[in-house]
Design a protein around this ligand. Structure first.
Ligand code: C5P
Length: 257
């Protein structure tokens, strides 16, 4: 079987501040999305890659990627995304085609610096028989749980970024030692992931403020499929806020010396 990659890159990146869509912001002069595609293509098991682009910018993303050649074994498709990450992933999955693909990795364009070892660890675990594999790290911050908002957040409005109410009551404090922060690429048996997305396409998660599933594994978990964690990597962090861009630039600079 072959391994395909879906890269959701259709987010606007509101938390990063105003400007071009997040995936197209430069890092070391090269758009984040290009770093992410190259990082995945570096794994020799990877064949087809589907990039899910902002719906109004598919030709732009296509020509951008055409300017950065990939190994011959990699085929690249660019398809339009949807209103949530979950919807974008579903659209990307539908564009894989290739019946020989039996393993699918889903990787955020916003994690441009994931090391190839992490990619290979995930692929190996799926190939060894796990239907769903997620790279993860222990959390460093203590995490508090709060009550869901009274009214769902307006589309695209991010409550984590600074519009949260000044005083939020705490509901619970889960034991930190039992929490993990998850990363991508998340790896799946293809049929398991497709089935989860078909079942989950209508159901946006209310407790999630209408954001849909923020990771693919959550959809699979809900269906009772076992999900396992493997060791993630600090450099697989997600570029979300302005400070993350500084960190990403520093990591990149350190690599190229
Ligand atoms: O918003 P967040 O940082 O969780 O986004 C994770 C990834 O999902 C990013 O690569 C982003 O471009 C992608 N995304 C998407 N379609 C959306 C929202 C996010 O492809 N509607």
């Amino acid at each position: 079987g072959r391994t395909a990659v879906v890269i959701p890159a259709a987010g606007r990146g509101v938390r990063l501040g105003p400007g071009t869509p997040k995936a197209l912001r430069p890092l070391g002069g090269v758009p984040m999305l290009v770093h992410a595609v190259r990082a995945m293509a570096r794994s020799t098991s990877v064949g087809p890659i589907v990039v899910v682009a902002p719906a109004d910018d598919v030709p732009g993303v296509r020509s951008l990627l055409d300017g950065h050649p990939l190994p011959d074994r990699v085929t690249l498709r660019v398809v339009p995304g949807g209103g949530t990450r979950q919807e974008s992933v579903r659209l990307g999955l539908a564009a894989i085609g290739d019946p020989d693909v039996d393993v699918v990795l889903v990787h955020d364009a916003a994690r441009p610096l994931v090391p190839v070892d992490t990619v290979e660890t995930v692929v190996a675990a799926v190939r060894a028989g796990a239907p769903a594999v997620v790279p993860a790290l222990p959390v460093t911050d203590t995490v508090k749980q709060v009550a869901p908002p009274a009214a769902p957040a307006a589309d695209g409005v991010d409550t984590v970024g600074g519009t949260a109410p000044a005083a939020e009551p705490v509901v619970a404090t889960p034991a930190r030692a039992l929490l993990r922060a998850v990363q991508t690429p998340q790896g799946f048996d293809r049929s398991v992931l497709v089935a989860a997305h078909e079942a989950g396409s209508a159901a946006t998660d209310e407790a999630n403020g209408g954001e849909g599933a923020t990771d693919c594994a959550a959809l699979v978990e809900r269906r009772g499929v076992p999900v396992v964690l493997v060791r993630g990597h600090e450099e697989a962090f997600k570029v979300t806020r302005p400070l993350d861009l500084l960190l990403a630039e520093a990591v990149l600079a350190r690599r190229s010396v």
